[in-house]
Design a protein around this ligand. Structure first.
Ligand code: SAM
Length: 342
């Protein structure tokens, strides 16, 4: 049967991806061998992984059958409805978060029960009510099945994070992007993570780089409290998270003479409003990771915005790479400009 082999330290991340995309073949147990984990998978695919994945012929033990979500939903949903649902749900630790279209609302409970049946690790199923809103980018959720909680623990790139899925922004879908940034960091870097939320950027960077110091800034006190807890739980001694508005905190750091070698700005709706502050704590060679949502037709506007902000601050954009960091809507992408200050 078909197996997907990954290094032991990437196993949690790979598993979350396989579950979220209904690619895990739940009829079989996984196997461990010499620092690797082999997952049973239903087919070969091209994943967004930043680590090595090998598809192998494997002899894996059978387990008690739970079935696939696609099969479990067959009596409830049409083929097209199943496809849409499967591509739009996330598993965050023991919480499954689903998006249910209005016309499927009467079937929401049945969908939630099917999800729990095929994912024994899922203890709570929540439905997204609306999108990410306001400055804190939080999202309202409604309980569909299981335990009534909004707190979960997720594992990402070797770190454990406690998250509150309703009161603080956290997206499992950004884990590959965070690791991409970590791979770029050089030894001894000073890194500023604006908009640090519950801490995924600073903590993943701390655990996966040789950075000397990482500063996080977050305005949402609930997210910040979780970040403080997560920093301590992961023993990240080089991370300091600060509660406050980046518009005020970053200029304060600048006034203390602080500069950073790398600055992450994962707030795609309004990150451009903070570029002046970012420029103020940059130096020649600083890499600014500036995120924005862009239609495919206008990707190039993103580096132009960064260039203009740096020039306005008397600096320049030396070079840049433009990276797609996930699709937001049809033909609209979250793009990241990895811009080097000249
Ligand atoms: C899209 S979320 C990203 C959170 C986190 N970096 C992650 O990847 O999970 C953006 C975060 O920026 C925070 N935020 C918004 N405006 C802010 C500001 N002026 N200063 C500091 N943080 C801010 C929000 O509360 C939210 O947690």
């Amino acid at each position: 049967m078909l197996g997907m082999k990954v290094a032991q330290e990437r196993a949690q991340e790979a598993k979350q991806y396989l579950i979220a995309h209904d690619l895990l073949d739940k009829r079989y147990h996984l196997a461990r061998e010499k620092g690797s984990v082999i997952f049973p998978v239903v087919r070969e695919f091209t994943g967004p992984f930043e680590f090595d994945v090998e598809f192998v012929e494997a002899d894996l033990a059978e387990q008690e059958r739970h079935g696939s979500l696609r099969d479990a939903l067959a009596p409830t949903l049409s083929e097209m409805e199943r496809e849409r649902l499967i591509s739009s749900y996330d598993i965050v630790g023991s919480i499954a978060i689903i998006e249910v279209e209005d016309e499927l609302l009467p079937k929401a409970q049945l969908i939630a029960q099917a999800l729990m049946r095929v994912n024994p690790g899922v203890k709570t199923v929540l439905r997204k009510v609306g999108g990410h809103e306001g400055e804190r980018r939080t999202q309202r959720m409604e309980l569909l099945a299981g335990e009534d909680t909004r707190i979960a623990t997720v594992v990402e790139s070797g770190v454990r994070l406690r998250v509150h899925v309703e009161e603080a922004y956290y997206s499992v879908r950004m884990s590959t992007e965070r690791l991409r940034i970590a791979k770029m960091a050089r030894t001894g870097e000073r890194i500023l993570c604006m908009f640090s939320g519950v801490g995924p950027y600073p903590i993943v960077l701390s655990k996966n780089t040789q950075a000397s110091e990482i500063v996080g800034i977050e305005i949402n006190p609930i997210a910040h409290e979780l970040a403080v807890e997560n920093v301590a739980a992961n023993r990240c001694t080089n991370v300091h998270v600060l509660l406050g508005d980046a518009h005020e905190v970053v200029p304060r750091l600048a006034s203390e003479g602080r500069v950073f070698d790398r600055i992450t700005m994962p707030l795609p709706h309004t990150a451009h409003e903070f570029l002046e502050e970012a420029a103020g704590v940059s130096c020649p060679g600083t890499v600014i990771h500036y995120y924005s949502f862009r239609h495919e037709r206008e990707f190039e506007l993103a580096p132009s915005v960064l260039r203009a902000a740096l020039e306005h601050a008397g600096k320049k954009l030396d070079s840049y790479a433009l990276v797609r960091a996930g699709q937001h809507a049809p033909r609209i992408w979250r793009v990241c400009v990895d811009g080097v200050v000249g």
